[in-house]
Design a protein around this ligand. Structure first.
Ligand code: HSE
Length: 338
């Protein structure tokens, strides 16, 4: 047995990265060797055994067995992971934007079992491994999900009467929102995550642009609109869906009204949730935290442990599945722009 701890490099040490670094320190078989940061002087809580901080990507990647990418964005993140892959490291990423938009680069690494990306969708709530694992035994009929923690938080706060701007400031303070919160509010983050999930269960080569066209965000929701929905016993949520019209697979991310008894509402406030409907298994509901430093760190750490144990990451779907017959819409009422 190799007694040397596995060396982990962490790219990015913001809210999520710092939580990942602290959590990795709980595992003696791991050594967080270096962390890539933009600002070497920014205050951070990096635990009892803080890694060496560097602003130099090559220094951060040097000698790493596993590289954890938490930079966000699509270009620098993909370029640094390319260098890490060429250096022979295993890759772990929470970066749904890069996975969705740069699939031509990431797809072959995923196919080779070199990438852990559980944290990219629903943070520490296991949905990637569920779709790439046990749920593969069923043909998917539809999938409906709340995939953006920030939008869920904003809507819940506005339902309680708070205005959009102050609710968003609080979501940023809690570390839920993207560095550019427009990605959350305009539905793009949920679209990225839907793309990742749709590839795992139905369309392995799905292009981001096909999903991108069907994305609408929550900017038209106001406390007044939400109150009017509540009087009808409805709750608004940003819902990401994959379904079939019988002739082709369809996608959407859009604000929708759901009845109080809907499974995506019953999971309670502050949750991400996903209903998967499969031909054999029926309806499966997965729910839990979908954003935040420690909730995301949970899945990242699990992927690092899998990598150092030599187990492959989730496998892509081998071939595209034909669209099934249309199935019931699950009481999701798309909300118009105004
Ligand atoms: N900004 C994302 C969200 C973070 O709010 O869900 C987790 O992916």
């Amino acid at each position: 047995m190799d007694a040397r701890p596995s060396r982990v490099a962490v790219l990015g040490a913001g809210t999520v990265g710092a939580a990942v670094i602290r959590s990795l320190q709980r595992h003696p078989q791991l050594q967080v060797a270096a962390a890539l940061v933009r600002n070497l002087r920014a205050p951070r809580d990096l635990g009892d055994r803080p890694p060496r901080l560097t602003a130099d990507p090559d220094e951060a990647l040097e000698g790493a067995d596993v590289v954890v990418e938490l930079l966000g964005g699509t270009e620098l993140s993909t370029e640094l992971m390319r260098r890490a892959a060429e250096g022979g490291a295993r890759l772990v990423s929470a970066n749904k934007a890069a996975l969705a938009e740069r699939w031509e680069v990431w797809g072959p690494w995923v196919a080779a079992g070199r990438v852990g990306f559980e944290a990219s969708v629903m943070a520490g709530t296991p949905v990637v491994s569920a779709l790439a694992g046990p749920l593969r035994g069923s043909r998917p009929l539809a999938l409906h999900a709340l995939l953006n923690g920030t939008c869920g938080f904003l809507i819940e706060r506005m339902e309680a009467g708070e205005d959009f701007a102050s609710a968003l400031a609080e979501a940023q303070r809690r570390g839920y929102a993207e560095a550019d919160p427009a990605l959350d509010v305009d539905g793009l983050d949920a679209g990225h995550k839907l793309t990742v999930l749709a590839r795992l269960c139905a369309l392995p080569e799905l292009g981001w642009e096909r999903v991108r066209r069907e994305v609408r965000g929550i900017r038209t929701l106001t406390p007044e609109r939400l109150a009017a929905l509540a009087r009808r016993g409805r709750r608004a949520r940003l819902v990401a869906s994959l379904w079939s019209d019988g002739a082709s697979w369809r996608f959407a991310v859009r604000p929708a009204a759901l009845p109080e008894h809907h499974p995506l509402i019953c999971v309670g406030p502050g949750r991400n949730a996903l209903v998967f409907r499969g031909d054999l298994v029926g309806e499966v509901l997965i729910a839990g935290p979908g954003a935040g430093g420690e909730a995301t760190a949970s899945a990242v750490v699990a992927d690092v442990l899998e990598a150092v144990a030599g187990r492959p990451g989730p496998a892509p779907l081998e071939r595209e599945l034909p669209p099934p017959p249309p199935s019931a819409a699950l009481e999701i009422e798309e909300l118009p722009e105004s």
